[in-house]
Ligand binder design. Structure first.
Ligand code: FAD
Length: 344
């Protein structure tokens, strides 16, 4: 716990470092941020936060998540609209739900997802959609897609846009942002960069995979993403294809742009994808612990938040708010105790 005039240093300006800084500002602290890379890079291979598709999908991700992450995701989903509003700027964010589809021969895959959702959530916001009902949500989907589930509460955000808007908001509200400033050492009360040793009352480590040397159980889970421009295809919301060998998702953006995780099987959603132009391909490592659940490690003068795995945009608002509340008030919110671990 630090007082109102305390100096807090944050290392890493991915989605987590920027949101932690956002909540520290809201708590009346003025953080100083050190980021190895440039501000607003054009290339998504720069960090996991720039590579991400930006789905905010707590139901669809139930199959991939670690213990305790479900609550984190649902709480975060409710926080995004207000964050986007407070940050301002030009940020594409929508909650038009998401659609999961399968060919009739793969409907077992869909049933598996449905069972998973029902086993975690007593009354899930989930609708079974079949045949032409699917086209009512997404008219451009191939008629061969006959089986589906619709999750009306899910959303999506443009990662690069929210990162840029957060940067501008942090600076305008008194945070100090240092880009091209790699931290060589991140220790309790100290951050060492090329410009020297910077002393703080508390250091918050949000380096993602950059913290590997200090967090031995952190591993990188590879993720690939393609960005496309498909003039002939118009989707309104994220669409996942459940397939036994080639599961994919497509996350549309305005102006026929979209991001997807794998190219194979894409044409089965809409043959218009055969005309798509690939505008970028990126591979990145997602920072994860063995159980795929994030953690906040702490000791006097140091807090390390990490392990967002596939769920950086899904879970970062709440994880960041928990981290900032711990740093500013020493408070651990009830129900989230298991995310916190004392660092030796
Ligand atoms: C292909 C792909 C698709 C994804 N899609 C989604 C999705 O749809 N929805 C979702 O919720 N999540 C998604 N994710 C996951 C999400 O991207 C990550 O969980 C999230 O970005 C992790 O954020 P972070 O801030 O912890 O780490 P990072 O984004 O890696 O940020 C860490 C920052 O720290 C900086 N840094 C590292 N070392 C140092 C140092 N020594 N000094 C200074 N700075 C340093 C790095 O340059 C970086 O900017 C996806 C990930 C990938 C790879």
């Amino acid at each position: 716990m630090v007082d109102a005039n305390a100096r807090v240093g944050v290392v890493g300006a991915g989605i987590l470092g920027k949101l932690v800084s956002f909540f520290l500002l809201e708590a009346g602290l003025k953080p100083t941020v050190f980021e190895e890379g440039p501000e607003n890079p054009k290339n998504s291979s720069f960090s996991a936060s720039y590579a991400a598709a930006g789905m905010i999908a707590p139901y669809c991700e139930l199959e991939n998540r670690g213990a305790n992450v479900t609550k984190l995701g649902f709480d975060s989903l409710e926080m995004w609209p207000s964050i986007v509003k407070r940050v301002g700027g030009n940020v594409f964010f929508q909650r038009e739900g998401s659609l999961v589809v399968a060919h009739s021969q793969d409907k077992n895959e869909l049933q598996r997802l449905r069972r998973t959702v029902e086993s975690f959530i007593a009354k899930p916001e989930m609708r079974v959609v079949r045949g032409d009902e699917i086209r009512e949500y997404e008219p451009d989907l191939d008629p061969k897609m006959t089986e589906g589930l619709f999750f009306p509460l899910e959303g999506q955000i443009d990662g690069a846009e929210i990162l840029a808007a957060l940067g501008a908001h942090l600076r305008a509200n008194g945070a100090t942002l240092n880009f091209n400033a790699k931290a060589h050492k991140v220790e309790a009360g100290k951050i060492t960069t090329d410009s020297g040793v910077h002393g703080f009352d508390c250091v918050v480590d949000c380096r993602g995979m950059g913290a590997k040397a200090d967090l031995k159980n952190l591993r990188g889970v590879r993720g690939e993403i393609l960005r496309l421009h498909a003039q002939d295809v118009s989707l309104k919301r994220p669409v996942r294809l459940m397939h036994p060998r080639y599961p994919i998702y497509v996350v549309p953006r305005p102006n026929h742009r979209g991001a997807l995780e794998l190219l194979s099987a894409l044409y089965t959603l809409n043959t218009g994808f055969s005309e798509a132009r690939i505008t970028e391909a990126a591979v990145q490592l997602r920072p994860a612990f063995l159980d795929n659940a994030p953690r906040i490690f702490h000791k006097k003068g140091l807090c390390r938040a990490n392990g967002l795995f596939r769920h950086g945009y899904l879970s970062s608002p709440k994880l960041a708010a928990l981290t900032a509340a711990f740093v500013s008030e020493g408070r651990i919110e009830k129900g989230y105790e298991s995310l916190f671990e004392q660092e030796k």
